[in-house]
Design a protein around this ligand. Structure first.
Ligand code: CUA
Length: 389
């Protein structure tokens, strides 16, 4: 009975957002199995079933109140938490099962032939084995089944691609434009007039009341690749071209991803954070992003320095005269983001100070030059930026 608890805890962690019916069924089967092997009486059956049901319930309960700050950093396709990623996962399972079966059959026959027909001594050298040539049956056996298998895989894959690409977006679906830059992500919410960077907030979906998010992927310079494995497959961001993809996450949390096309020196630090929130939390976030930051006497000096040091040529801060550049991340709500420089470091005071003094220290090769700010300028701008919640 002991093995039941850790197993279920593991399931709970790994299956957030999926139906936990699986864990209940597994618990049930486990209970039945252990009882069958031990030959215990009915009392045990009842106890086992009760415990299994209870643990199954526990494993379900946290799903309803999943933490928003859970980091979902799985960088492979085997733990999908979104509609298209789940579809890709099931196709990959089919392909792997077919390949595994072929491997076992071919490997098994090979092993059998090697052992059964090995050289057993000098007497084997006396006579030649039977010389077979042109057997139609054998030729057909090793050409027709492989062709059928490949055709089957092509059909299944083509159907899946069609399903994902031609998925009808409901009118209520959110639309986001993601624009790849060297080496950061511009994120626009055209329906809400919100612009942010490097952190993509989307709404949670559930299987009954589906809330997909459509993403239009573009590039401002070179080819980038967008990949958050738990949400969907890779899609490229190509200059002068519009690619689209959609996601429909079933669990809240912070999903991590990467740029997947070598785009320059800081390609590896072009990290993606997709924050999946419950619909009401997401709406609140959108509202907060629409607010223009309020200035006070404490940050006035920083505002002045920000504009005087030409930061506003590249960066936009809503409501600040002289700060409307579009070459670099929009900083209107900079302090609300968790990381600096597209995920290169946590967004805290120490890192921000280092960044303002010389961005090339944290992210060598990024396109922001060292602005040669004095310590006083750094202090003022730092206080201002940290007020932009
Ligand atoms: Cu952008 Cu690699």
């Amino acid at each position: 009975m002991r093995a039941l608890i850790p197993r279920c805890r593991l399931l709970r962690e790994r299956s957030v957002g999926k139906s936990c019916r699986t864990s209940i069924v597994l618990n049930h089967l486990y209970t039945r199995y252990s009882l069958a092997t031990r030959g215990s009486g009915r009392g045990w059956l009842l106890v086992g079933f009760t415990v299994a049901t209870f643990v199954g319930f526990l494993s379900w309960a946290p799903v309803a109140r999943a933490q928003d700050s859970t980091i979902r950093a799985v960088q492979n396709i085997f733990d999908p938490l979104s509609a298209p990623a789940e579809t890709l996962y099931s196709v990959s399972l089919l392909v792997m099962a077919v390949c595994a079966a072929i491997f076992l059959i071919v490997g098994g026959l090979l092993t059998y032939a090697i052992i059964r027909y090995r050289r057993r001594g000098p007497e084997d050298d006396q006579e030649e084995p039977p010389q077979v040539y042109g057997s139609a049956a054998i030729e057909l056996a090793w050409t027709v089944p492989p062709i059928l298998i490949v055709v089957m895989l092509v059909l299944v894959t083509a159907r899946t691609i069609g399903e994902i690409q031609h998925h009808q977006m409901p009118a209520a679906a959110e639309e986001i434009r993601v624009i790849g830059h060297r080496f950061w992500w511009e994120v626009r919410y055209p329906k809400h007039d919100v612009v942010t960077a490097n952190e993509i907030h989307v709404s949670l979906s559930d299987r009954k009341n589906r809330v997909p998010t459509e993403m239009i992927l573009e590039s401002a310079d070179v080819i980038h690749g967008f990949w958050v494995p738990q949400l969907n497959g890779k899609t490229m961001l190509v200059p002068n071209y519009r690619n689209t993809m959609w996601i429909e996450p079933y669990a809240t949390g912070v999903y991590l991803g990467n740029c997947t096309v070598l785009c320059g020196q800081q390609h590896a630090n072009m990290l993606i954070r997709v924050v999946v929130d419950k619909p009401d939390v997401y709406q609140k976030w959108l509202e907060s992003q629409k607010q223009t930051p309020v200035s006070d006497s404490q940050t006035e000096e920083g505002q002045k320095q920000f504009v005087a040091s030409s930061c506003g040529t590249c960066h936009t801060i809503d409501g600040l005269q002289g700060a409307n550049g579009v070459f670099a991340p929009n900083l209107t709500h900079f302090a609300s983001r968790a990381t600096l420089g597209s995920g290169v470091a946590p967004n805290d005071e120490q890192n921000l100070r280092s960044w303002l003094k010389d961005p090339q220290v944290l992210k060598a090769g990024c396109l922001m030059p060292n602005m040669q700010l004095t310590d006083n300028q750094v202090d003022a701008i730092l206080a201002y930026l940290r007020s932009l919640k």
